[in-house]
Design a protein around this ligand. Sequence first.
Ligand SMILES: [Zn+2]
Length: 180
Amino acid sequence: MSEVWEDVGEFAGVPDEFQRLWTPHRMAYIQAGPEPLREECPFCEAPKYPDAERLVVARGKTAYVLLNLFPYNSGHMLVCPYRHIATYDQATPEEVAEIGALTQIGMRVLREVSRCDGFNLGMNQGAVAGAGVDAHLHQHIVPRWKSDANFFPIIAKTKALPQLLGEVREAVAAAWPTDG
Ligand SMILES: [Zn+2]
């Protein structure tokens, strides 16, 4: 590739980066259609469907992993407990342990599959803190590159978002360790 990527670090201050990083997921679930009211919780619903339909990547005993429908970066994952709890301090020790373990595996898988250079991890607790779905706890795993070039750039240039997400999900799910 002969493109020269500009270093975003020279242009974006930390507050701007934070804003860009933690707000895009709001769009996925809050502005889901003309009807603003959404009765169902997307993170309670997703595990009820086949993995590919709701972008589920891996399932554990108390928590699971799915791709963010509106990712900040391609490969942006969310680790959620199955239980509908709002905040981290409501999680059981088993849930805390498994959310942590799934986060570690997710990092390794993303590093292997996408060759990312770093990560942002975090949980927004409450709508005031930027949580798009504030009623159901979710930990973000956002892969970062030095250039912040797209994950799978060739696919990204030629496919629409739903196709891209599907292919990213397949690649990540295929790389997920089966004993994980
Ligand atoms: Zn829920």
